[in-house]
Design a binder for this molecule. Structure first.
Ligand code: SF4
Ligand code: ZN
Length: 311
């Protein structure tokens, strides 16, 4: 590998002579802030085009938590979507009702959507199920992320349909994808490992896309940081119960010791999906007998959860 040029001991950008802010092991390039911003936006635009994630006339609902990934996604979309004819952008934030966390992230989401001039919808667990997450979790704190995930998915899908969206975009990055592969493997959950939320019957589900799936968490943080857009926000208090937090720590260490680990894990998901194509790995989809939502059994996860919560 050609040694990187330096200026006063600091590596310089592979595209110009400005000081670099990041090194990309995959491309073996150092990039300055300006070229990192261009690179990230170009790669997201080509992912959307190559994977036909957005079609002409789509109304795209960005799931905006207010955190860094969804902030980056909305900023990038507000810049690149005008080149997709007839497409429109709307942001949706789910208020789970988590004290000490959600109020700040909601404020950040509202400020950002105002700055970007994007239509913003907020939906809450309280409106959907009658209580906030903190109350629902009394005595079940260890199940926080499972319960939160089931309800958030439903809240987001309903809000996106109500907003007239034709596709839902989430801010999952490469690190998230790698973590999910490992988590589902650790749980022995093959169907969930290969279940791609971006596919399926559009009459049953709004398609879900992950335009940042090839961008690393580090690149996203740097992308926001160099533009003064990095949101400094509290962490969800239930993170400590999440398997994802442990997997994240483990993968970060593995990536340091064995660069490329996260790429390999994320790629393995695609290979497993290709291998399983046409196999009956998943239960066929049916309609929930209680609410009519699509599900794989007689009753959907949300209805089952409602029963267990006495709702
Ligand atoms: Fe929900 Fe868990 Fe994320 Fe908190 S960490 S917002 S409980 S999924
Ligand atoms: Zn149901």
């Amino acid at each position: 590998m050609k040694p990187s040029a330096t200026s006063g001991g600091v590596p310089v950008c592979s595209c110009c002579s400005e000081p670099a802010v990041i090194y990309q092991p995959a491309s073996q390039r150092h990039l300055c802030g300006r070229h990192l911003v261009c690179d990230v936006e170009l790669r997201v635009a080509s992912t959307i085009k190559n994977e036909s994630q957005i079609r002409e006339g789509d109304r795209v609902a960005v799931a905006l938590s207010g955190g860094k990934d969804s902030t980056a996604l909305l900023v990038i979309f507000s810049r690149i979507l005008p080149s997709f004819p007839g497409s429109e952008l709307v942001a949706i934030t789910v208020d789970e009702g988590i004290a000490g966390y959600r109020a700040d992230t909601l404020r950040a989401a509202e400020t950002l959507t105002k700055q970007l001039g994007v239509n913003h919808h907020i939906v809450s667990f309280r409106d959907m199920i009658g209580d906030d997450l903190d109350t629902l979790l009394t005595g079940r704190e260890k199940e926080a992320c499972t319960i939160c995930g089931i309800l958030r998915k439903k809240a987001l899908a309903d809000a996106a349909r109500n907003a007239g969206a034709t596709v839902i975009a989430t801010g999952h990055n490469l690190d998230d994808e790698a973590q999910s592969v490992l988590m589902n493997t650790l749980r022995g959950d093959l169907p969930r490992l290969i279940r791609d939320t971006g596919t399926g019957s559009p009459s049953l589900f709004l398609p879900r896309i992950k335009p940042l799936a090839a961008i690393t968490e580090k690149e996203i943080a740097a992308y926001l940081f160099v533009q003064g857009l990095f949101p400094v926000l509290p962490e969800c208090p239930y993170t400590k119960y999440a398997l994802r937090a442990e997997v994240r720590t483990m993968l970060t260490r593995l990536e340091q010791l064995h660069p490329g680990t996260m790429h390999h894990l994320a790629d393995s998901k695609k290979r497993i999906e290709e291998y399983c194509e046409g196999m009956a790995v998943m239960e066929p989809l049916r309609r929930c007998q209680e609410c009519g939502d699509p599900c794989s059994g007689d009753i959907c996860q949300v209805c089952r959860l409602r029963h267990s919560l006495g709702k």
